[in-house]
Structures are given as structure tokens and as C-alpha cells.
Design a protein around this ligand. Structure first.
Ligand SMILES: Cc1ncc(COP(=O)(O)O)c(C=O)c1O
Length: 399
């Protein structure tokens, strides 16, 4: 089956049958997975939906509404610039770094742009860990750093979250002596839990005193969704503390996961090694235009946060009514004790068109990560959860 443009044109020219066209359309976007599967290297499988079932995709912590209007208008306006490299376009990548810097009252040298914040995370592991300098991280947490370090053969210390699924900051601090990098995800994906400003500051001071050369990366991908008043961004702390920086992304509340823009912000000397590892022209002209427009549209983020907060409260309660408790969520996703294996829950949901998150060891036998879609999507998803989970609530006597 061809998924190339050429393949599509062949189909249109009548070389293939209607059934081929349907299969071609269904296969679009899955080419990597198919190629990986063919090579036996599939990192994760995607559930197959029955034919004709429309997907509710609540598996990747995306903003279901996508970018705001200002950003979309900016992308459309940018099409004539598609032939330019990002340093030649208007606005260019320097303008974006300057716009982000000015939002925080710092200089562009304090900012490193990434193709999504994953580029920043990956570069941090390459820059700061080594066979002699470990990565200290949590489990479960966002696994990008863990996977990169393991692939490089660098040691990784994974500290399990506590019984409330919160990062074990004490356990992590005890492991930092001589480490190259500490990864602190706040709120933490997949558990959605948060640490307040005081706890983060105490952790940073403790790491600094026990292991001053260890770099601390605080990943605030879900910053815009936090409603807990004890929280404050660690950006001001990072800017005044050597060896501390924050990673941010436009993939979540800003709704631009497909545009791939993230950044690091921190002291110049701390983020400089990341700039050295950056691929040239790593952000696209569309991403630059969209994020610049979005930075001037804070109302969109306020509305998105309010929307998510309402959907979050609805879904937490609906799952609780089914006997399934979620850890305290401060993101656009829930980590829920469904009392059964995530795999079979996921497969059962997929049969009815609802795609939820993958396994998150060591909780894969009990918990599922459920991203939050629109209210309408979550009402439909909850009906599916009810039908899928009902046998568990009756036979296992879950309350
Ligand atoms: C905690 C965390 N950090 C970083 C990312 C990567 O985001 P992106 O590369 O799209 O900016 C994600 C994506 O899910 C995430 O959950």
C-alpha cells in the first residue's frame, strides 16, 4: 500500500480501487508505525478502530481545539514566506527568541528554541550527562530524557513517585550527588501531579548544596493548565540560579503540537550548551509566525485554561462515580486507577472509538492516562468508560 503523494495520484488516476482509496486514507499518518512494524522496531502500537468508527483521540495530551484564531491567521498569512529559511523570513527565528525573552524580561541569549521542547530535553541529556554522570529522574515521568540517556549508555537513576503519584523530591535529592542532570517535570506527565513553588525552590537549593555541578531541568510543559495557587513557574528561580533552566512548549495549551516549537530559558551559561547542539533552522516559518501571534493573544490561553479546568472537573467526577480515582490533576490529562490493565482497557475503549494513553510502568496493571478532549468528547468518552469498566466495578466490588 502506497501512502506517498505519488501513490495518491495513482489512486486518483484510477489505477487502484475504491477500497484502496479507503485504505490509503485510513493509513495516512501511520506510515512511520507501519515502516517500524515492518522492521520490527515499533516503539508502541496504535489500536485499530473498527471501520466507520470516528476516533475520539485522548491519548497524547494535545489541545483538542488546536491553535487560537490569531495563530491560525498568522500561519495562513505566512504561506508566501514558505520558501524562506527561518532566518530570512519575517518574522524570523531571532524575533521569536526576542519575543519570548521580552515576555520574561530577559535577553535572547537566555532563550534556546527547540523543535518542540523534546529537542531541548534531548540536547540536555547529551550536554550534561555522560557515562560517568547520571541522569536522575522519576518513574513514571515524561520519558524522553530517560530514553535518550539509556540509548547513549549513560546511567539513569529512576525514583518512583510516592503513593499519591507525586514526585518523590526527597528520594530524587538523595540520588543527585555527582549526577549530570536532574529532570523535574512539574506538573508531572503522566501522573498530572504538582509541587508548589516552595517545594521546588527547596529541592533546587538542596541539589545545589549537595551537588553544585548538577544541572536541574524543570519541565513546565503543562504550566498554562495549573490552577493550584501554591504553584509558581520556576522561570524566575532558574534565571537567578546557576545550573537551573526551564523547558516550555507551545504544544499543549497553545495547541500547536504539530508546529513543533519549544524553548529553554535560564542563565546564559547554563543554556549555552543547548544552543551549541541545536540543529540549524530547527523551527519553521509557520511555527515562528504562529507562536509570535499567540504570544500577543493571552486571552486565548486564559480561555483554554478555563475550558480545560471545567472539562477536568467533569471527567474526574465522572470517573469517580465509576469507582475510579484519579491522582490530583493539574494538567490536561488524568492518571486514573482503573483497577485493571491499561492495555485491555485501551483495546476495549478503542473498539468504541476512544483512544486513551499507552502503558506507564510501573502502573500499567492498574492505571490509565486519559487526556482531556472537549466537553462533548469527554461526555462520549465517559459513556464508553462506563460500558468498559462496569464489569470491573461489579465483579471486583470496587467502590
Ligand atoms: C512533560 C512533557 N515535556 C515535553 C513534552 C514534549 O512536547 P513537545 O516536544 O511537543 O514540545 C511533552 C509532550 O507530551 C511532555 O508531556
Amino acid at each position: 500500500m502506497l501512502q506517498s503523494r505519488r501513490g495518491f495520484f495513482d489512486l486518483l488516476a484510477g489505477v487502484r480501487t475504491d477500497q484502496d482509496v479507503a485504505q490509503w486514507l485510513a493509513a495516512r499518518g501511520h506510515e512511520d508505525y507501519q515502516a517500524q512494524a515492518a522492521q520490527g522496531t515499533t516503539a508502541r502500537t496504535r489500536p485499530t478502530l473498527p471501520p466507520g468508527v470516528k476516533a475520539i483521540r485522548i491519548s497524547s495530551n494535545e489541545n483538542p481545539l488546536g491553535p487560537g484564531k490569531a495563530a491560525i491567521d498568522a500561519i495562513v498569512r505566512q504561506f508566501p514566506e514558505a520558501g524562506r529559511y527561518p532566518f530570512n523570513s519575517t518574522p524570523n527565528e531571532g524575533a521569536l527568541a526576542a519575543a519570548i525573552a521580552s515576555k520574561f524580561g530577559v535577553k535572547p541569549v537566555n532563550i534556546v528554541l527547540g523543535a518542540g521542547s523534546q529537542e531541548i530535553l534531548k540536547s540536555a541529556v547529551r550536554a550534561f550527562t555522560s557515562p560517568a554522570k547520571a541522569l536522575v529522574t522519576a518513574t513514571p515521568t515524561f520519558e524522553n530524557c530517560t530514553n535518550v540517556a539509556k540509548r547513549l549508555g549513560h546511567p539513569v537513576v529512576e525514583v518512583k513517585v510516592d503513593s499519591a503519584c507525586r514526585l518523590d523530591l526527597d528520594g530524587m535529592a538523595k540520588a543527585v550527588k555527582g549526577a549530570g542532570l536532574v529532570f523535574l517535570n512539574n506538573p508531572n506527565n503522566p501522573t498530572a501531579t504538582l509541587h508548589g513553588a516552595k517545594a521546588v525552590e527547596d529541592f533546587v537549593q538542596r541539589v545545589r548544596s549537595e551537588s553544585p555541578d548538577t544541572v536541574i531541568l524543570i519541565d513546565e510543559a503543562y504550566h498554562d493548565y495549573v490552577t493550584d495557587p501554591s504553584y509558581q513557574s520556576a522561570v524566575p528561580l532558574a534565571l537567578k540560579t546557576p545550573n537551573v533552566f526551564v523547558a516550555r512548549t507551545f504544544s499543549k495549551a497553545y495547541g500547536m503540537a504539530g508546529l513543533r516549537i519549544g524553548y529553554a530559558i535560564g542563565p546564559e551559561n547554563t543554556v549555552k550548551p543547548l544552543a551549541r547542539l541545536k540543529m540549524p533552522y530547527n523551527v519553521s516559518v509557520f511555527g515562528i509566525a504562529a507562536t509570535m501571534a499567540a504570544l500577543n493573544d493571552p486571552k486565548h490561553i486564559e480561555e483554554e485554561k478555563a475550558r480545560n479546568t471545567e472539562v477536568r472537573a467533569f471527567t474526574v467526577k465522572a470517573l469517580e462515580d465509576l469507582g475510579c480515582k484519579s491522582s490530583e490533576s493539574q494538567g490536561n490529562f488524568l492518571f486514573t486507577d482503573i483497577g485493571r490493565a491499561a492495555t485491555t482497557f485501551r483495546d476495549d475503549c478503542a473498539k468504541q472509538g476512544v483512544i486513551v494513553g499507552r502503558d506507564f510502568p510501573p502502573f500499567e496493571k492498574t492505571h490509565a492516562r486519559i487526556s482531556l478532549g472537549t466537553m462533548d468528547e469527554m461526555k462520549k468518552a465517559v459513556a464508553v468508560f462506563r460500558s468498559v469498566l462496569r464489569p470491573v466495578t461489579t465483579t471486583a466490588g470496587r467502590q
